[in-house]
Design a protein around this ligand. Structure first.
Ligand code: SF4
Length: 210
């Protein structure tokens, strides 16, 4: 029987730390997202990781997140949904977490417009979520009036010239970008190995500060 993780936060080289969630029952993927999903392969898909993702999702919907607050309050930035996606049931605790850890930035991406709309509040400047779109996103996703990221970007995709798009993620896996991909000015520099990770860039978690 799984007794829970040693730490709720997961560590990784790109974002430093993240709250990782399941794909099943959580993601609302587009066709391109589903094909490129990094969490379906490799360490994120291993049984122990999968059990931790399920546990973390249940924890994030629970009544008491004191332990997570302790883990987060000394961190500069915590990536939300490093794998999987957020649920509406997580929203109250995301707001509690950002309130309890005012010096930590909680940031991430979701495919769910309703999640981004619910958490991106002016009174909580340390909680910000981008909505992810790609070439196969439903038209209604583009109605979202907030900040977007675009990915996975395949070599044949044309990224719309849309000022809402902050960051573009070329399709990649295990550090390798798809063959034939040309650089786009909004591409994530970590994907191209131009920075070591998000701490050296910060674009996705400082955008609202102007
Ligand atoms: S653009 Fe910068 S902050 Fe955003 S994911 Fe890439 S490296 Fe991280």
């Amino acid at each position: 029987m799984y007794k829970g993780p040693t730490t709720i936060l997961s560590e990784n080289r790109k974002t430093n730390c993240s709250i990782d969630l399941p794909i099943a029952g959580h993601c609302r993927p587009t066709a391109n997202c589903s094909r490129a999903c990094y969490a379906k392969r490799g360490p994120q898909s291993w049984p122990l990781s999968s059990r931790k993702h399920v546990w973390t999702s249940q924890y994030l919907a629970s009544q008491n997140i004191t332990r997570l607050c302790h883990e987060c309050h000394t961190r500069t930035a915590v990536r939300l949904s490093g794998s999987g996606d957020l649920l509406p049931a997580h929203i109250p605790n995301l707001i509690r977490l950002a309130t309890a850890c005012p010096h930590t930035i909680f940031w991430g991406m979701t495919r769910k417009v309703e999640i981004a709309t619910a958490v991106n509040k002016p009174q909580l400047p340390n909680l910000r979520i981008l909505v992810t779109v790609d070439a196969t996103s439903p038209a209604k996703t583009w109605d979202y009036n907030g900040t977007l990221c675009y990915g996975p970007r395949h070599p044949a995709d044309t990224v719309p010239n849309d000022p809402r798009i902050l960051t573009v993620f070329p399709a990649h896996y295990i550090g390798r970008i798809q063959k034939g991909t040309l650089h786009h000015p909004k591409d994530c520099p970590a994907v191209w190995h131009r920075v070591k990770g998000c701490a050296a860039c910060k674009r996705c978690y400082t955008w609202w500060k102007g």
